[in-house]
Design a protein around this ligand. Structure first.
Ligand code: ATP
Ligand code: MG
Length: 195
C-alpha cells in the first residue's frame, strides 16, 4: 500500500468511527482571471485531477475551434471527458460577428445544459469572459445558470477581465499576474507549452 492509500484509508476509517456519512461535495465556483499566463493551464490541471478521481468532467472552450490545441488533441483519447470547442462544425469567417455570436450561443447552450443536468461534476468554461466583452452572452444569464445549478457541481471559468458580478459570486478567485512572459523577449507561442 502506498503512503497515499494508507492516509486515504485512515481518513475513511476516522469518519466511520464517528458515524459520519461520507462528506458531500460542495460545488465551487472558481474563477481564474488576470493578464498572466496560467488560467487555462490551471483549469486543465483541475480536469486532470478530477478525472483521476472518477469525476465526470465537461470542458467547453469559447475559442475558435479551427485552431488545434494540445488539450483538444489529448481530450480525444480520454473517454471520460466531454470536450467541446466553440465553432467546431461551423464554417468560420472571423469577419462575420453574427457567426461568432451563433457559435458562442451554441457553446453556451451546451454548457448550460451540462451545468443544469447535475450529471457532470466539474464543468470548465474556458475563455467564457470574452463572450461578455462582445455581448454574445449576457453576464446575467450566466449568473442565473450558476445560481440554479445542483449543489455538487463545480464550475471553473477562465478568461481575462472577469466581471465583478462574477468574482463576487465566486467561491475562489485567482488572478494571474504577468510578472514575466517570454513573449516580451520575442519568444513566440510554442507547441505543447502554449497551445
Ligand atoms: P495558458 O493557456 O497558457 O494557461 P492563459 O489561459 O492564462 O494561458 P490566455 O489569455 O487564454 O492565457 O492566452 C493564451 C495565450 O496567450 C497563451 O499562448 C499564452 O502563453 C499567451 N499569454 C498568456 N499571458 C500572456 C502575457 N502576459 N503576455 C503574452 N502572452 C501571454
Ligand atoms: Mg486561456
Amino acid at each position: 500500500m502506498s503512503t497515499n492509500d494508507a492516509s486515504d484509508a485512515a481518513e475513511a476509517g476516522e469518519a466511520e468511527k464517528a458515524g459520519a456519512p461520507a462528506p458531500k461535495a460542495r460545488g465551487l465556483l472558481v474563477v481564474y482571471t488576470g493578464h498572466g499566463k496560467g488560467k487555462t493551464t490551471a483549469a486543465l490541471g483541475m480536469v486532470f485531477r478530477a478525472l483521476g478521481r472518477g469525476l465526470r468532467v465537461t470542458v467547453v472552450q469559447f475559442i475558435k475551434g479551427k485552431w488545434k490545441t494540445g488539450e483538444r488533441i489529448f481530450a480525444e483519447t480520454l473517454p471520460g471527458l466531454q470536450f467541446h470547442v466553440m465553432g467546431l462544425g461551423f464554417t468560420w469567417d472571423s469577419d462575420d460577428l453574427g457567426k461568432d455570436k451563433a457559435a458562442a450561443r451554441a457553446a453556451w447552450e451546451t454548457a448550460r445544459a451540462a451545468i443544469a443536468s447535475g450529471e457532470r461534476d466539474l464543468i470548465v468554461l474556458d475563455e467564457l469572459t470574452y463572450t461578455f466583452h462582445y455581448d454574445f452572452i449576457s453576464e446575467d444569464e450566466v449568473l442565473e445558470a450558476l445560481r440554479a445549478r445542483p449543489a455538487h457541481v463545480h464550475v471553473v471559468i477562465t478568461g481575462r477581465n472577469a466581471p465583478e458580478a462574477l468574482t463576487e459570486a465566486a467561491d475562489l478567485v485567482t488572478e494571474m499576474v504577468a510578472v514575466k512572459h517570454p513573449f516580451a523577449a520575442g519568444v513566440k507561442a510554442q507547441v505543447g507549452v502554449d497551445f
